[in-house]
Design a protein around this ligand. Structure first.
Ligand SMILES: [Zn+2]
Length: 167
C-alpha cells in the first residue's frame, strides 16, 4: 500500500505544526488501512492483476474508514501507546491526549481518502449508515502528491527532533 506512506507524509505537516503525541498520532494515521490489506486480497481474486480500472474501483474501505472506525482505533491505540510509554519509561501522557492524537491522525486519513476514492470505493464515513461519501476534486491525486512532497521535505529537515518526539 504505497498510499499509506503518503498519508504519513501528508499528516506530518499537521503533526509538525501542532501538539500531538507522536506514536498515537501516526498509529492513527496508518491504522485505517489495516482493512485495505483484506480488501486488496479480495480485489485480486476478482480483478485481473493488470486490470487497474477494476482494481481501483473495487471497494476497499469499510468500518475502519469511518468516524466510528477511527474512534474505535483511537481508543485501542491510546491504551496501547499508554502501556508502551509506561513500559519503556517514556514521558507520560494522559490517555485523553493519546486518544485525541490518534483520532486527529485518523481524521487526516479520512480527509485524504475521501477526496481520492469514488464510486464503490468511496468511504462510508458515518458507518453503519450505508451512504458512501466522496469529495474528489479535479487533480486531487496530484494535489496530494504535491502535499506529500512538502511533508517529505519537512520530515527531512525535522529529523533532528525525532529524539524529542520519542522521549
Ligand atoms: Zn485508507
Amino acid at each position: 500500500m504505497v498510499f499509506t506512506a503518503f498519508h504519513v507524509l501528508i499528516s506530518f505537516i499537521v503533526f509538525r505544526f501542532c501538539c500531538f503525541e507522536f506514536l498515537s498520532f501516526f498509529a492513527g494515521v496508518v491504522a485505517p488501512d489495516i482493512e485495505a490489506v483484506y480488501f486488496m486480497k479480495e480485489a485480486y481474486s476478482v480483478c485481473k492483476p493488470n486490470d487497474y480500472k477494476c482494481l481501483a474501483e473495487y471497494p476497499s474501505h469499510w468500518f475502519l474508514h469511518s468516524f466510528l472506525g477511527i474512534t474505535f482505533l483511537a481508543f485501542l491505540i491510546a491504551i496501547f501507546v499508554y502501556s508502551i510509554r509506561k513500559y519503556f519509561n517514556m514521558k507520560k501522557f494522559e490517555l485523553k491526549n493519546l486518544f485525541i492524537s490518534a483520532w486527529i491522525g485518523g481524521v487526516t486519513h479520512l480527509i485524504v481518502d475521501s477526496t481520492v476514492h469514488k464510486g464503490e470505493d468511496a468511504l462510508m464515513l458515518f458507518f453503519p449508515y450505508p451512504e458512501k461519501y466522496s469529495f474528489v476534486f479535479p487533480y486531487s491525486h496530484i494535489f496530494w502528491y504535491a502535499v506529500s512532497l512538502i511533508g517529505l521535505v519537512l520530515l527531512i529537515i525535522s529529523l533532528k527532533d525525532f529524539k524529542k518526539w520519542l522521549s
